[in-house]
Write a protein of this length. Structure first.
Length: 517
């Protein structure tokens, strides 16, 4: 019974001692954390460190955990407690009582009772202070304040790190979008089973590349590869739909010439033919109009494309009802031209395909920006040396590299340059070595944006996806490096003709220098 009473009074004292040690160890841990955080903060002003504050918070949790773990390891034993209590004026009473805890003699009992009486009276809270060490706390405060002040210094490296963070977050968002696209592809009725499997495999490879990313450049290459594959599938489906529609339009004399322009994807010829058809309508008599209206309605019922079918049906209804309304006829004919033009440009082929193209294109652009940001920071000093050493050859490069339209000779000479831009691209491969891609025949000119309409969603509204179109005509398969160099030439002309900060010019130059050659 005496032993239980002895430990009963020692337990709160033991806890107080443990609490004191815990506070001290956490104070030291906080000081170490503030030192490490300040070092990280200073380094980040010179070297880009992404997710800096997350890393600092992770360090804080780690040091707090280590402080708690060490305090638990160093928790006091009852003998240590007894020694500390005895040092407060109990003159070894508690230590002796612990040593006699198993002794049941009369003298031992009297000694233990005496120790318990003194334990009841002792003010251990005054003797065992749990206040943190003031010096350590002040040091931690100064270090943390210094770190906060350093964080307000907006260096180039810090801004670069923030931009890379945004790119990383955007890449993660694109990964989630890819997962949604895979589900959308699965439900797409316009795709065959083989096409679905091929697209899903390509998207899955891209997702794995993002998960196991080592370099942004690797993700960029995979995104380009996936985007190309999906575009090829989209082009195949588009060609099939155009050929089928052209065949259906060719079955009627009035629309026969439209089928030729549709097959050739000749936008200009198509619009000229629409104008001729409108003039032809104005010259027809009532009997011819009546016969044509009947044929157009029959044709609209045979055409599978609902938009084209609807436009043809509207034309038939308009000319049979009121031929004097030239404005309405012109509007319907323009609608027909616009609908056929959209089909030539690949609109409404497949909502899933269009979304997949959009996501992979966005991912490619994001990772390319991240590569350019990293290179612009690490190669800032070397770029100046490169510019000065290649300046003399660049003048000659302009004369030899631009002789062919669309920049087809770029990269074939020893050092092809852009006048005085200072970017020299070594030619390690010939044109034949590069993978070929489909490029629009009006490569390098401004395209247009198209609204792609999808199916009704759960809320009852129609999904619309915006896709950047490079031009009206698909073009032919050309070496990859020719396409890159054409865009490079156009970009260099832009940065030379506009007021752009020198640092941004370097980013553009480094991007084209580092992109997959």
């Amino acid at each position: 019974m005496l032993e239980k009473n002895l430990f009963k009074y020692l337990k709160p004292i033991r806890f107080r001692i443990y609490l004191k040690r815990l506070i001290h160890y956490l104070s030291y841990a906080t000081t170490l954390w503030s030192i490490m955080s300040l070092i990280l903060m200073i380094i980040s002003r010179f070297i880009p460190i992404t997710f800096l504050f997350e890393k600092i918070m992770l360090l804080a949790l780690m040091f707090l955990f280590l402080g708690i773990l060490y305090s638990f390891y160093k928790r006091p034993s009852y003998r240590e407690v007894a020694l500390i209590v005895d040092s407060m004026g109990l003159k070894e009473r508690v230590v002796t009582a612990l040593e006699l805890s198993k002794d049941n003699s009369v003298i031992a009992k009297l000694q233990k009772e005496d120790a318990i009486e003194y334990l009841k009276k002792i003010n251990y809270k005054e003797g065992i202070s749990i206040k943190p060490p003031v010096t350590i706390v002040l040091l931690s405060f100064v270090l943390i304040l210094t770190g906060v002040l350093v964080s307000f210094i907006p260096t180039k490296s810090y801004i670069t790190a923030q931009e890379i963070e945004e790119n990383l977050e955007e890449i993660e968002d694109k990964k989630k979008e890819i997962e949604k696209v895979e589900k959308l592809i699965e439900k797409d009725n316009l795709l065959t089973k083989e096409e679905k499997e091929e697209i899903k495999r390509a998207l899955e490879r891209l997702r794995k590349k993002i998960d196991n990313q080592k370099e942004f450049k690797d993700i960029t290459k995979e995104a380009i590869k996936t985007n190309k594959k999906i575009n090829e599938i989209a082009k195949e489906i588009q060609d099939k739909k155009i050929k089928k529609l052209a065949k259906e339009l060719g079955s009627e004399e009035f629309t026969r010439n439209l089928s030729k322009h549709l097959n050739n994807k000749d936008y200009k010829g198509l619009m000229e033919e629409i104008a001729k058809m409108e003039e032809q309508l104005k010259r027809m008599d009532k009997e011819e109009i009546k016969e044509l209206s009947k044929k157009l309605k029959e044709l609209s019922s045979r055409i599978e494309n609902p938009k084209v079918s609807n436009v043809l049906n509207n034309i038939a209804s308009t000319i049979s009802g009121n031929m004097s309304d030239s404005t309405l006829i012109s509007q319907n004919m323009n609608n027909l031209g616009e609908t056929l033009s959209n089909i030539m440009n690949g609109e409404n082929i497949s909502v899933g395909l269009n979304k997949a193209i959009s996501v992979t294109e966005g991912l490619k652009n994001t990772t390319s920006e991240a590569v350019a940001l990293g290179n612009s920071n690490s190669n800032q000093s070397s770029s100046g040396n490169q510019n000065s050493s290649t300046g003399g050859n660049n003048g000659q490069g302009e004369g030899t590299g631009n002789g062919t339209s669309n920049g087809s000779n770029y990269g074939n000479s020893g050092s092809t340059g852009q006048g005085g831009n200072g970017a020299s691209i070594p030619s390690e491969k010939t044109v034949e070595n590069y993978e070929k891609v489909f490029a629009p025949s009006n490569l390098g000119v401004e395209g247009k944006e198209s609204g792609l309409k999808g199916t009704l969603n759960k809320s009852g509204s129609e999904d619309i996806i915006k896709v950047k179109k490079m031009g009206d005509i698909t073009g032919e398969s050309v070496p990859y490096n020719e396409v890159i160099n054409t865009y490079k030439k156009q970009a260099y002309e832009e940065i030379d003709s506009k007021v752009i900060p020198e640092s941004m010019k370097e980013i553009v130059k480094k991007y084209f220098a580092e992109i997959a050659y």
